[in-house]
Write a protein that binds this ligand. Sequence first.
Ligand code: NCD
Length: 309
Amino acid sequence: MSELSVDHLLGIKYITKEDVDLIFKTADHFKEVINRPIKKVPSLRDITIANLFFENSTRTRLSFELAEKRLSADVVNFSAASSSVKKGETLIDTVNNILSMKVDMVVMRHPNPGAGVFLSQHVNASIINAGDGAHEHPTQALLDSYSIREKLGEVAGKNVVIVGDILHSRVALSNIFALKLQGANVKVCGPKTLMPKYIESLGVEVETNLRKALEWCDVANMLRVQNERMEISYFPSTREYVQQYGLNKKILDSLSKEITVMHPGPINRGVEITSDVADSDHAIILNQVENGVAVRMAIIYLLASKIKQ
Ligand code: NCD
């Protein structure tokens, strides 16, 4: 297969295993490109991409922008804080105005779940979801799986535990979909109050004991507690969260086998993981960041080749 089954990347739930394989194969090529002295290819010289960020972001926005520039696309950036959205303009009006300036593709991060799907039904451009509230963050899940594949050879059959705030995390949901699609075994671990009620219907097991979860897994993906999405408190105190769900070097060294530690960033050092874990050889956190650019280049390239037809 040489083309994606979709015209937009709105969530992992909408794509197939073949799409994932094609994205990874294309990302392998771009990873080689970005490690050359000249890190740029002319592939998207006639494509213009708008990055619309209605929610804060550092690494995802930079990663997309770098990916676009390394493909030689023209790039415009927009962030909600400095825009007319604050003056009451609707999302569709904002985006249609941008599209009138002849933009081909929109990368959007938005606080509302489903914002990308909504937009794709109302505007005429290819949409990439860069995170929609607590719903999906498909490019993060793809770069996470790509990083597991790079480290462990393949994703199928691997035991992956996602630890932390599953309830508010789009990274958790997209990772669950992506890992299951590729045949990994998935558990989630964290306080019961941070587990969505439907979680078992996704085919994942809940393990509330961190040590047991770590003994079981090949890979632990440690998530940040999404305080900005909480209106009430879900556990007694940060200190108690750290005692039960924080990963430190002592626990890691006491396990009967070596595991790989991942984190999507931004890390709260000393909360979900300690610095000695984040900076250890177990962690592939910076590889995830590097792979993010290659995987996003692959996704943009594959979606853009559908626009041109
Ligand atoms: C994640 C996000 O924004 O959902 N970060 C990211 O994309 N690198 C995770 C988080 O904010 O904790």
